[in-house]
Design a protein around this ligand. Structure first.
Ligand code: DAH
Length: 341
């Protein structure tokens, strides 16, 4: 009978390992260790043994029960794991698993600044006018009253292409001519945003590519007062209602008179610090009344029409606003920088 027990034990172990799923496992348990299972049936036959043989048989049958019970637990755990894995592979979706964290993207700081600028000018009735990045020498310079060999060309170091007269725009101002030619004789209120390119040494303060936002208003009876009022309002909306501004006379070939607008330094509020180089003011943009030659080149008779224009650099504005010390951060794709905005 002991032999019978041993062979039952071996067979049970073999069957256990062969059980393909938890359902088969439950059958195995019922047939082997259950109340009417084989081990139980065998243990009832203990009375058929010689009394001397009974204790050894009893001991062995108990240890067989324990070992089979332990083997069953192990197999059950393994089968459960395997079934979970199979389900994960087959169903792809396990709603009981914790989700993976989603990382939200965000707008580049230059785009954020651009959108702020768009919103303010949009509120004032200025539409966005898109103009090309690849320009002709004619539009980038000549029609803006900067003839060949004029010393003012030194203000814009230029990328030339292998095609004669085709260049990358050094500023957004050529868009003024495109807009005027398209809109004439309607009045114009547009901003012209876009990337500009200059053949410069890259340093903390100068990049070979950067955005500009140009502005242009053309109509009858437009004068310097409109320019100053509009730009002052822009500065208040962009930098805060209390922010003071000032205009300084300057020179640009495409405007007459020309000026630069400064805002009171954000950092020291005008008392003088390293950001404003002890002047209390930060230069924000160039502007002026559109030069009669430029109006004429756009198709507008300067005896009838007048206009004002301006140009600003959003990266420069963002640098001043957020205390960014190096313009190269904008295009170096460093998440440590980008994630701060
Ligand atoms: N185009 C000039 C530059 O890149 C900026 C500028 C100055 C634009 C005065 C204007 C303006 O429209 O009126 O330096």
């Amino acid at each position: 009978m002991l032999e019978q027990l041993e062979s039952l034990y071996q067979q049970a172990l073999t069957n256990l390992q062969a059980a393909p799923d938890t359902a088969a496992l439950e059958d195995w348990y019922r047939d082997t260790l259950g109340r009417k299972g084989q081990v139980q049936l065998l243990s009832r036959q203990v009375g058929q043994l010689e009394p001397a043989q009974r204790p050894a048989f009893g001991q062995r049958i108990n240890s067989v029960k324990n070992e089979l019970e332990a083997a069953y637990q192990q197999r059950a755990a393994a089968l459960k794991m395997a079934e979970l894995e199979a389900r994960l592979a087959a169903e792809q979706l396990d709603v009981t698993l914790p989700g993976r964290q989603q990382f939200h993207g965000r707008l580049h700081p230059a785009s954020q600044t651009l959108r702020q600028i768009y919103r303010i000018w949009g509120d004032m009735g200025f539409q966005i006018y898109r103009s090309r990045d690849v320009e002709t020498d004619e539009y980038n310079f000549e029609l803006l009253n900067i003839p060949q060999h004029h010393p003012a060309r030194d203000m814009w170091d230029t990328f030339h292409t292998t095609a004669p007269g085709i260049i990358l725009r050094t500023h957004t101002s050529p868009g003024q001519i495109h807009a005027m030619k398209e809109y004439f004789p309607e009045p114009i209120r547009v901003i012209l945003p876009g990337m500009c390119y200059r053949y410069e040494q890259i340093t903390a303060r100068s990049e070979i590519q950067f955005h500009q936002v140009e502005g242009l208003a053309v109509g009858k009876n437009i004068n310097m007062t409109h320019l100053k009022g509009t730009l002052t309002d822009f500065a208040r909306r962009m930098f805060g209602a209390e922010r003071k501004v000032r205009f300084r006379a300057n020179y640009f070939p495409f405007t007459e008179p020309s000026a630069e607008m400064d805002v009171e330094c954000f950092l020291c509020e005008g008392s003088g610090c390293h950001l404003c180089k002890q002047t209390g003011w930060l230069e924000i943009l160039g502007c002026g009344m559109v030069h009669p030659t430029v109006l004429r080149n756009g198709g507008y008779d300067p005896a009838v029409y007048a206009g004002f224009a301006f140009g600003m650099g959003p990266e420069r504005i963002a640098m001043l606003k957020y205390g960014i010390e190096d313009i190269r951060y904008f295009w170096s794709n460093d998440l440590r920088f980008l994630e701060q905005f």
